[in-house]
Write a protein that binds this ligand. Sequence first.
Ligand code: ZN
Length: 167
Amino acid sequence: MTKVYKSIAVGVEEEKRIITIYYKPYIRYEFSAGQALSRYLQELKNGRIIGRKCNKCNRILVPPRLYCEQCFRMTDEWVYVRDEGIVNTAVVSYITQDARKAERPEVVGVIELIDAPGQGIFHRINVDPKEVVEKTVFGKRVRAVWKKSEERVGDVNDILYFELVKS
Ligand SMILES: [Zn+2]
């Protein structure tokens, strides 16, 4: 392995050219989501959003954390929150999740949850990109559209997207 790197370094210096190496990494890993995030993912599979409440600052943390970083103490209880929020930030994305060019642009942004002020979920928002450009989407109320229960796997993509709440 060391020899390979040496020859690359020499090649770059002597020939003044850029060497490009293509390889497909084979990386397998697993990690524990932890107690709080595991429960969050399980509840997403059930079609519900759950958070942790800190009784000192009265915040509901979503995604849930067992420790309140503002109060330096453990959070106190599990709380279900409605799957509704307000569009806090939004951008028009022209690339897919895996950085390929999107067939059509989509709007993504942070939805601040009605029941958990200051906490948000970054997700797709099913609106015309024009609403972002014209800044009319911000502050609008949206609701999660979920996958069918048999299709949910315990992932944030169990929510397909957020859509505008008709008033
Ligand atoms: Zn707190």
